[in-house]
Design a protein around this ligand. Sequence first.
Ligand code: ZN
Length: 174
Amino acid sequence: MPRVARGDTLDEVASLYDSERKTCLRFIFCLVSSLGYMSSICHSGYGYSKKLCEDATSWFLRTYFPRHKISVEIEHKGLKREKVVGYCDVVGECYRPRHFLIELQANMDRELYLITLFHELTHVAQWIRGDLRHRYGKLCYSLEPVEKYEYENQPHEVEAHKMESVLFREYELR
Ligand SMILES: [Zn+2]
């Protein structure tokens, strides 16, 4: 198992197993809108508030995608990469994707947690709107390959960095 190979000492190996065991507990939360559309949120891992995770994610989906059927999985764990606190990936079909996996660093404080979650949910929105898509094997934003830019200038990241605090304020003030 490649993950275990990274642990040099016995202790590290044990903690990797331990965190893997914890991620087996998964909670599924379904959102049914008045129109009958249903999205679902599935979360797992450790070092997070289940209530905050469900509340913020369902607020986002209800507010911005009330007519879609979206499935979001959120895993909380030690991401073990310097400075990275979140990831967002499409699960399965990349054409008009509706199933997403978000990975979040465990044990973040409330504000950093919400900002990181809303950053990743902005990427979900970009995929759903079709702004973000794969073309000829390249990740594109508005049909333009994002690899033309440095990470911090990539247009989907610029938007996500702007939206993370806009959404955070909207959520806190609702
Ligand atoms: Zn991002």
